[in-house]
Structure formats: structure tokens, C-alpha cells
Design a protein around this ligand. Structure first.
Ligand code: ATP
Ligand code: MG
Length: 571
């Protein structure tokens, strides 16, 4: 392949809206171009990388026993309504409507953001015996999501490529085995494409299900956060992470409740500043509307509520209650709220963070503007329905085993879920067991962001001059930089020889200055550069240089080809 014939529009400067290194390099190296916010065209070099990642992904999926199929992007909304999470998924879906069609709900189509509904329906109507199980299906397909803030190029796009897989098993134990196979396949895929990903326990979110892991690439520009111990004995996504809270002095004796005036208090901080109540001695009362009912969430004043943990309690829809909803239910404004006394008529359930268990001598709002209560004994004064983990882990805390925790930003590149029977139940994926009894299939679902992973590789492998592609997915493993047009024949022989050894190369035959060619070779990031020019010819051959090393050496043409073949074989 020749550079002069391919569309490789390298840029000296990236467009101003490209905020992170990998996004800038994606555009500068001529791998992709933006059509509109969150929508990208892959150019020839970018597409070559994408195809290589897809090939590795396919090989590992097939090796793990999954079978490939291809499902449609257009999906009837009616199917989603039969499924278990239409309400929660709706905001992210694009509606697809023919111009001429009436706006009848029934005739509506959506563009699939993911495919649990479609695959479960397919399996429900085509597999019905324990003899058919286990089965794992996968596809590599374009997904559509109406992301509110598409950004960072391919990292958070509206249209992106995902490898999604779905497992169906007869029993819970068998489903765990299928889950482990995918988990191991994911480890192999990320290792092979050159991404150092960390596995963290994850929240099951809108998917539902019993447990899940995320594959995350630690990176300062990541949009998620992970929490882990140095020895990685514990690692979890921030939505899921738990820790030992900084302790507070818990009085042994319970004193009687006492109301005191706090006209000047709206925040936790105010109560600390003006009434000398430490944040950790306060109870924060947060009111949320969850599936149309008001619920209270209590946490310590020095903690913050982790909304994902609210979702993990099983609510489909939840949001903070408005000041008006709160005023109507509790008769006070945020700042003076509390959960003591008889409030259960207005409030469906009271959830409290584990750190509040058995706590005494605390301060909370009196549900009367301008008043607080002291000496609160949580067991005695608040009818908590359930204690659970509700707070976000804080910097400087320790893991449950007492090891220091680090919190770091990360890019989520893959996610595996053990789903259980949520989807099979809703969509009727049953089978007859060996005794002829009807049972629900136990499911798992697994996703890799293929295009996001591509950009994450760039984010993890670049320097000031450009990308450093891992050889397995480089657009070409070798670039031949031709410095002198009179030596074109030599360059062609070299390219032919490389090809005879199964090595793809790109011949930079452009009529450009050497400086520009070297800069572009570094920018695109080919692992091996072979320079054909007068100087090296006089010295007896061609110049060999690895992208990640400064030194170069002159080798004869035959030596060069043998060396490149050896180098690439080892990789
Ligand atoms: P996120 O938390 O980043 O929004 P998600 O949890 O919604 O992702 P999944 O539904 O688990 O994502 O999708 C599987 C994989 O698809 C993710 O691990 C991620 O790599 C990729 N992915 C998800 N949303 C996008 C997007 N908008 N653009 C590019 N890749 C995405
Ligand atoms: Mg996810």
C-alpha cells in the first residue's frame, strides 16, 4: 500500500474541541473525522486498527465457545415495553420514525442502545430444552445512544461499535461458569490489543442482575472512578465501592432528645461553624422520589450519597425530590429535615447508611424550619427500614481489611454482568429441564466498547510526537519512508520482501520533505520505520528504527526483513 494513494489527512494542530490527547491524536493522525457531535467516520488507517481489534475479539470469543450472529439496529419499541427496563432505558434511546409514518406509539421503532431484549426474545422463541443449553451468542455491531454529553471523540459517542455477548444457562452455577469464560476471554482480548485494564467489582445499574465486573483503564481523563488497594486484593468501581469510614466518638449513654433553635443554619457546614457540631456527628437527610414514592436516605454529615447505590436498591426511576414535594411531605425545607418521629405516613421507606447503625448523640433537623434536634439515638428515634451501604468512599479511607485505598479516574472499556432471570422472566425465555419441568434460563451479558477501546489504547500509548501502536493492532506494523524518488525501485523490492514474510507495510512515497515524512510516521505511530535513502544506501543498506526507541541502525535489505519478521513474531 502506498501513502500517496490512501486518505491519510494528518494535521499539525488538532481542532480546538478535541480536549484529551487520544482525541487529538485520533484526528491529527488522520484515523477518523467528526461528522457531528459524537458521530465519526473511520478513515482507512483508523478502520484498519478497528478491524484488527475486531479480529482479536472474534478469535477470543470463538475460542471461549461463543457463536457469532448479527442482530438489527432497528428494534420495535413494543419489544422494549415487554422487557424489564423500558422506562429506565428510554432517555438514552433514539426513536426511528419513517417520515411518512403516523405518530402512533405502536408503529414506533428505536435504534438499539444494546440487545438484551432482542436476543432474549430470539432465544425464547427458538430454544426450549435443557439439551439446547448452555449457549453464548455474540455480535460486533453499531450501537446508538442519545448521550447527553457526547465527548472525547470515540470515548463517549452517540454511534459506536460494541462487541456484545449474551449467555443462557440452565442453572445458576452453570451461568457462573459461562460468566467466568467471558471474563477470561476479556482478559485475553485486552492483553492482546495492548491495553492494561484493571478488573473492578461493579454496580449492576439499569441492567439489574446479581453481580458484575468492569474492565477499566486507569487514566486521568477517564470518566469513571475506581477504588483499589495497592496489592489489588480489593478493586471496585466507585458506584459499588465500600470502605471503613473514619470513626466517630459514639457516646455509650443515650440522652433525651433536645430541640434547639438554628435560624441561621441551612447546610452541614453552617451547623459546624455556628453551633460547633462536627460534620460526622450530623445526620444528613435526603429525600428522593423513587418509582413515584418518597423515600428518605440518611447518611453521616461528612459523607455524600452515592446515587448508584440508590439505584442498586432496585428502583427503576429515582431523582431528588423537589423543595415543594419535600415541604408538602415533611413540613420543612431542606436544611431542617430529619427522619425522627412519626413521618411514615408521608414517607414510604427510610434507608440509612451502615455507618449510622447504633449511633447515639447525633444531630439532625427537626422537620421544622430553624430547628434541629440533638442527642439523636438512631435505634431509639428513627424507624429505619433498612441499613445498607449508601455513601461514596472518601479519599484516605481504608478497605474493609484495613488496607489503604487509592481512588483513581479510569476509562471503562468492558463490562460483564451476571443477569440472573430478570430478562428471561419478562420475555418468557423458559426451557424444559430433564424432568420435563419448565424453568427460566439464567442469563449473563457482556460488552466491550470496541471503538472506545481503540481510543483508550491511544490514550495509554502515546508521547509528545504521536501514537505508539502496540504491534498487534497498528494500522501497518511497518512504514517504509522513501527519502529519494530515484530509490523507489529499492523501496518496492523491500515492500515485496516484507510481504513475502507476511508483513504489511505502508510505503511513504509522497513528494514531501524528509522532516515531514518522519514527523508523520511518528504521529501515526507505526511500530517499525525503515528509511530508504542515499545516505543509508551508501552505508550498505536501509535504516531501521523502532518507534519507541531513539537509536537507529543500518542493515542490509535481507537482514532488515529477517529482523522485522523476528521482531513481529515475538510480539
Ligand atoms: P458508561 O458507564 O461509560 O456510560 P455503560 O455502562 O453505559 O457505559 P455498557 O452498557 O456496559 O456501558 O456498554 C458496554 C461497553 O460499551 C462499555 O463498557 C463501554 O466500553 C462502551 N460504551 C458505552 N457507552 C459508550 C459510548 N457512548 N461511546 C462509546 N462507547 C461506549
Ligand atoms: Mg457499564
Amino acid at each position: 500500500m502506498r501513502w500517496s494513494q490512501l486518505l491519510i489527512p494528518t494535521l499539525r494542530e488538532a481542532p480546538a474541541d478535541a480536549e484529551i490527547a487520544s482525541h487529538r491524536l485520533l484526528l491529527r493522525a488522520g484515523l477518523a473525522r467528526k461528522l457531528a457531535g459524537g458521530i465519526y467516520t473511520f478513515l482507512p488507517l483508523g478502520l484498519r486498527v478497528l478491524r484488527k481489534i475486531e479480529t482479536i475479539t472474534r478469535e477470543e470469543m470463538n475460542r471461549a465457545g461463543a457463536q457469532e450472529l448479527l442482530m438489527p439496529a432497528l428494534q420495535p419499541v413494543e419489544l422494549w415495553k415487554r422487557g424489564p427496563r423500558y422506562v429506565a432505558a428510554k432517555p438514552v434511546m433514539f426513536r426511528a420514525q419513517g417520515f411518512e409514518e403516523k405518530k402512533e406509539e405502536e408503529s414506533e421503532l428505536v435504534l438499539g442502545p444494546t440487545h438484551e431484549e432482542v436476543i432474549t426474545d430470539l432465544v425464547a422463541t427458538n430454544l426450549n430444552s435443557y439439551r439446547h443449553l448452555p449457549k453464548t451468542f455474540y455480535q460486533i455491531q453499531t450501537k446508538f445512544r442519545n448521550e447527553i454529553r457526547p465527548r472525547f471523540g470515540l470515548m463517549r459517542a452517540k454511534e459506536f461499535s460494541m462487541k456484545d455477548a449474551y449467555s443462557f444457562d440452565a442453572t445458576d452455577e452453570a451461568a457462573t461458569v459461562s460468566y467466568q469464560k467471558m471474563y477470561q476471554a476479556y482478559e485475553r482480548i485486552f492483553a492482546r490489543i495492548g491495553l492494561k485494564a484493571m478488573v473492578v467489582e461493579a454496580d449492576t445499574g439499569v441492567m439489574g442482575g446479581s453481580f458484575s465486573h468492569e474492565f477499566s483503564v486507569p487514566c486521568s481523563v477517564g470518566e469513571s472512578e475506581i477504588v483499589f488497594t495497592e496489592d489489588a486484593s480489593y478493586a471496585a468501581a466507585i458506584e459499588k465501592a465500600v470502605s471503613l469510614a473514619h470513626p466517630r466518638d459514639n457516646p455509650t449513654q443515650s440522652l433525651s432528645l433536645e430541640k434547639f433553635a438554628t435560624p441561621d443554619v441551612v447546610t452541614i457546614e453552617d451547623l459546624t461553624q455556628k453551633h460547633a457540631v462536627a460534620a460526622r456527628d450530623q445526620i444528613k437527610t435526603l429525600v428522593y422520589l423513587c418509582d413515584e414514592k418518597l423515600n428518605i436516605f440518611l447518611i453521616r454529615g461528612d459523607h455524600s450519597l452515592n446515587e448508584a447505590k440508590v439505584g442498586a436498591l432496585g428502583f427503576n426511576e429515582y431523582r431528588p425530590a423537589t423543595a415543594q414535594e419535600i415541604q408538602q411531605a415533611l413540613g420543612a425545607n431542606p436544611g431542617s429535615l430529619g427522619a425522627t418521629g412519626n413521618i411514615k405516613k408521608q414517607i414510604h421507606q427510610i434507608f440509612a447508611d451502615e455507618t449510622l447503625q447504633n449511633q447515639k448523640g447525633m444531630v439532625t433537623g427537626a422537620n421544622e424550619d430553624g430547628f434541629h434536634l440533638k442527642n439523636v439515638d438512631v435505634v431509639r428515634d428513627i424507624s429505619v427500614d433498612r441499613f445498607c451501604s449508601l455513601r461514596t468512599v472518601l479519599e484516605g479511607e481504608k478497605s474493609l481489611e484495613g488496607k489503604p485505598l487509592a481512588i483513581q479516574r479510569a476509562i471503562e472499556v468492558g463490562h460483564v454482568f451476571k443477569l440472573g432471570t430478570k430478562y428471561s422472566e419478562a420475555l418468557g425465555a423458559n426451557f424444559l429441564d430433564a424432568q420435563g419441568k419448565s424453568q427460566l434460563m439464567v442469563m449473563g451479558c457482556y460488552g466491550i466498547g470496541v471503538t472506545r477501546s481503540l481510543q483508550a489504547v491511544i490514550e495509554q500509548n502515546h508521547d509528545d510526537n504521536g501514537i505508539l501502536w502496540p504491534t498487534a493492532i497498528a494500522p501497518f506494523p511497518v512504514v517504509i519512508t522513501l527519502l529519494d524518488q530515484t530509490l523507489l525501485a529499492d523501496a518496492e523490492i523491500l515492500q515485496k520482501e516484507l510481504s513475502n514474510h507476511g508483513i504489511d507495510s505502508l510505503l511513504d512515497d509522497r513528494d514531501e520533505r524528509p522532516g515531514i515524512k518522519f514527523k508523520d510516521a511518528d504521529l501515526v505511530g507505526f511500530p517499525i520505520r525503515i528509511t530508504v535513502g542515499e545516505k543509508s544506501k551508501k552505508a550498505g543498506g536501509v535504516e531501521m528504527k523502532l518507534r519507541h526507541q531513539k537509536e537507529s541502525k543500518i542493515l542490509s535489505l535481507t537482514e532488515t526483513v529477517a529482523w522485522a519478521a523476528d521482531y513481529l513474531k515475538e510480539k
